[in-house]
Ligand binder design. Structure first.
Ligand SMILES: NC(=O)c1ccc[n+]([C@@H]2O[C@H](COP(=O)([O-])OP(=O)(O)OC[C@H]3O[C@@H](n4cnc5c(N)ncnc54)[C@H](O)[C@@H]3O)[C@@H](O)[C@H]2O)c1
Length: 220
């Protein structure tokens, strides 16, 4: 299939593109390039792609495409909370616009990178299933819930959106994210010899200011 992979120059997209190519798909990227030059290790061989802001996508970008995998987003809680309107513009409105354009162009498959953060503070300590109520607690998570709702309304016999409510990824990517929890713990442990928990550990939890001196009061 000819696959439009948005966010192909991000943490996950950089790893996903070669996997899709190896599986025999033709990958076309789409990314504004926020992290294009943030490379750790050898520079990855990115697929050809469009350097465009998601908010400026046109019908041309989805013409001739069989499937869209939509990863591009402002993708963490502190960033999303910094400018919630921007988060909703990019993560919600532009994503739904992309889906509409794809549907009009006859694209059948639309895989959307949602997040397990849509469950928010589920409480109770029980495992949650796919049908659990959604309780987003940050603009980032709320933006993902809104996209899921709007994609659902677009679904029909010819257009099949799928939501991937992924948990937090970890591990190496040529475009590494050091803000996500396990990478952050490992990075800090490697660099300082100590494991430092930056948040209070709850979903959408408060972020603590990293301590400037070593001592027993350091949050762990
Ligand atoms: N990494 C995780 O643990 C995780 C977990 C659950 C869900 N997700 C979701 O998966 C997707 C990919 O996550 P990631 O970790 O690779 O994030 P990332 O921040 O590394 O990559 C996001 C990419 O989107 C691009 N982008 C941002 N704004 C854009 C815009 N306006 N126009 C075009 N491109 C834009 C960035 O340039 C970047 O390359 C995101 O939607 C994220 O919410 C990630």
């Amino acid at each position: 299939m000819r696959v439009l992979l948005t966010g192909h120059q991000g943490y996950l997209g950089t790893v996903m593109a070669p996997v899709l190519t190896a599986a025999g798909h033709e990958v076309v990227g789409l990314d504004s390039g926020l992290f294009a030059d943030c490379v750790l290790g050898p520079r990855p061989a990115d697929p050809s792609g469009h350097r465009v802001d998601l908010r400026d996508v046109t019908a041309e970008h989805v013409a001739g495409v069989d499937a869209v995998i939509h990863l591009a987003a402002l993708s963490n809680d502190p960033l999303g909370s910094l400018a919630p309107d921007l988060t909703y513009d990019i993560n919600h409105h532009a994503s739904v616009r992309l889906a509409r354009l794809a549907r009009e162009a006859g694209v059948k498959r639309f895989l959307y990178a949602s997040t397990c953060s849509v469950y928010g503070a589920a409480g109770g300590g029980d495992l949650v299933g796919e049908d659990a109520p959604l309780r987003p607690v940050t603009p980032y998570a709320e933006s993902k819930v809104r996209v899921e709702d709007d994609l659902h309304a677009l679904a029909d016999g010819d257009f099949t959106p799928v939501y991937m409510r992924n948990a937090t990824a970890f591990g190496y990517s040529p475009r590494l994210r050091a803000d996500i929890v396990l990478n952050n713990l490992v990075g800090h442990a490697l660099l300082s010899g100590e494991v430092l928990v930056l948040s209070d550990g709850t979903p959408g939890g408060r972020w603590c200011t990293p301590p400037t001196s070593r001592g027993p009061s350091r949050p762990r």
